[in-house]
Design a protein around this ligand. Structure first.
Ligand code: ADP
Ligand code: MG
Length: 509
């Protein structure tokens, strides 16, 4: 074949592959445009997992009537004009690709009016071909309707998942934005039913509106020369998910999530990072989800610090004033199924998972030792690990940490000879652990994970029968731990029922 220039319609379809992966990515682009247009009311309608309809209506600035055609052209944007702008960009969009891509792979309509004009414009594009443009009466703002996504790309359409799955992705994106933009009214209507109606509120209130089942919100924050970080953990929303925002942009970054996961376990987390724009490069990916830092280490350190010093949540035992009337002495009611300790305290009945509570205690004990005099070692028959030159170098950096974690070793002829291991680690795959630590980008986190595993091994198990004395001791030590709410893997340690609820259930005032 000879070389030829591709027609724009084809270029748009190819580009659409990058920007528009699925209905949720359309929603993301449209909501971002509304936010960029300073809207404070955003209404979304979804039909059939977004395959049939994705509609986003806002009350933002609208588009100038003479610009409406430009909005759907490729590389047309009102948001930047020179390359320097992208280093300090505050808007979500700037590549001018979204509307052109979306309108080339759907039946697309946009109605927009600016406040200075009595009428707005309506534009319809089908699969990238112009269909219709006219004046129209419309409220100030913009409404975009995307119907039949990928109708002209059957191969892409077939790649979409079930409506249910696509809807899940949509809700995921919706939540990301709704959490961050608590000052904005959002409405999400799915197949004719309102799923969320969110009035403007404080961030914490918004989180409670979105997760009514969460009983606890744990907060953390830190600030240093690099920037500011704060966030929330919902330990009982055990979705294994978390959202990271950098300067208001939802992003993904596997190292950041690993650092925070090592503290939150399965609980749902939200992490908000504020960094000077020059430190962050959002332009890595067309959908701007991935992010790169110009200096990584200080950012990681900042986050580690925040989650480490996170607000000691207390156990909510002593929080509320009005509960004073209740007896604040522990009353041990018993053990059920040799697994849960049942305890009354301050107006509430607690069901405490004995294994998890014990694991929390052991983890903190071991971590304390690790951070101070070191975890005790036991001798083992010598084990040899062959190391590459780079591995020897990495080992140099974590040598001291390994020693404090209870490992004894020396290096000879490019080999690591292990002569001692942490007490109680006899059943662990020691070579595997060491390799994991040396090869990790974040060895310290890896060591802490290992310490968590050790804590788990030596803890009281579900099924162990405990005497009253043992229960009392366990509870006492557990309450003194830094985080009595979560096990090192992030499992909640207890479930509690307020006596008030019991009263309500049986109709006692
Ligand atoms: P980008 O957001 O990268 O600029 P888009 O293709 O998403 O590119 O949008 C192109 C242009 O259309 C935007 O720069 C903006 O000027 C205009 N636009 C799109 N959506 C809206 C909206 N909801 N309100 C006001 N203007 C909009
Ligand atoms: Mg955009």
């Amino acid at each position: 074949m000879r070389i030829k220039k591709l027609p724009d319609s084809l270029i748009n379809k190819i580009a659409a592959g990058e920007v528009v992966e699925r209905p949720a990515s359309v929603l993301k682009e449209l909501v971002e445009n509304s936010l960029d247009a300073q809207a404070d009311r955003i209404e979304i309608r979804i039909e059939k997992g977004g395959k049939r309809l994705i509609e986003v209506k806002d009350n933002g600035t609208g588009i100038h009537p003479d610009d409406i055609l430009k909005a759907v052209n490729r590389y047309t944007t009102s948001k930047i004009s020179c390359i320097e702008d992208i280093y300090s960009i505050e808007s979500y969009g700037f590549r001018g690709e979204a509307l052109s891509s979306i309108s080339s792979v759907s039946v697309f309509s946009i109605i927009s009016r600016q406040a200075d004009f009595p009428l707005g414009k309506e534009l319809i594009i089908e699969g990238g071909s112009f269909k219709h443009l006219s004046d129209t009466g419309a409220p100030v703002g913009t409404a975009v309707r995307v119907r039949n996504l990928f109708f002209n790309l059957p191969a892409r359409e077939r790649f979409l998942k079930s409506e249910k799955t696509e809807l899940k992705h949509i809700i995921d994106f919706f939540l990301r934005y709704a959490i961050y933009h608590n000052e904005i009214y959002f409405r999400l209507n799915v197949d004719g039913k309102d799923m969320y109606i969110l009035n403007p509120s404080e961030r914490e209130e918004r989180i409670k509106d979105l997760f009514p089942k969460a009983e606890q919100i744990l907060k953390f924050s830190a600030e240093d020369r690099t920037g500011k970080v704060y966030g929330y953990i919902l330990p009982d929303i055990r979705s294994g998910k978390g959202y990271i925002y950098i300067n208001g942009r939802p992003v993904k970054n596997s190292i950041l999530s690993k650092i925070i996961r090592s503290k939150t376990g399965e609980g749902f987390y939200m992490l908000f990072l504020e960094l000077p724009p020059y430190l962050v490069d959002f332009n890595v990916h067309p959908a701007k989800i991935d992010v790169r830092f110009r200096k990584e280490k200080p950012v990681y350190e900042l986050i580690k610090k925040a989650v480490e010093d996170s607000e000691k949540p207390g156990i909510y035992f002593s929080l509320s004033q009005q509960k004073k009337k209740y007896n604040r002495e522990f009353k041990i009611l018993g053990q059920i199924e040799n697994t849960f300790l049942v305890v009354y305290y301050d107006g509430e009945v607690y069901f405490i998972d004995q294994h998890v509570a014990s694991e929390r205690i052991n983890y903190e004990l071991l971590m304390k030792k690790y951070k101070t005099q070191g975890i005790s070692s036991i001798k083992i028959p010598k084990q040899k690990i062959k190391l590459s030159a780079t591995q020897i170098e990495s080992l140099g950096n974590v040598k001291e940490l390994l020693v404090r974690a209870g490992f004894e070793f020396y290096i000879e002829d490019g080999n690591m000879h292990i002569t001692g291991i942490p007490q109680n680690a006899e059943n662990r795959d020691i070579k595997g652990v060491i390799n994991r630590i040396i090869n990790s980008d974040y060895p310290e986190t890896e060591i802490e994970t290992f310490i968590g595993e050790l804590a788990c091994d030596i803890s009281i198990e579900a099924g162990d029968i405990l005497s009253d004395e043992e229960v009392k001791n366990l509870l006492k030590v557990w309450l003194e731990t830094d985080n009595p709410n979560l096990c090192p893997h992030g499992r909640p340690i207890y479930y509690k029922i307020p006596v008030e609820n019991i009263k309500k259930k049986v109709g006692r005032r």
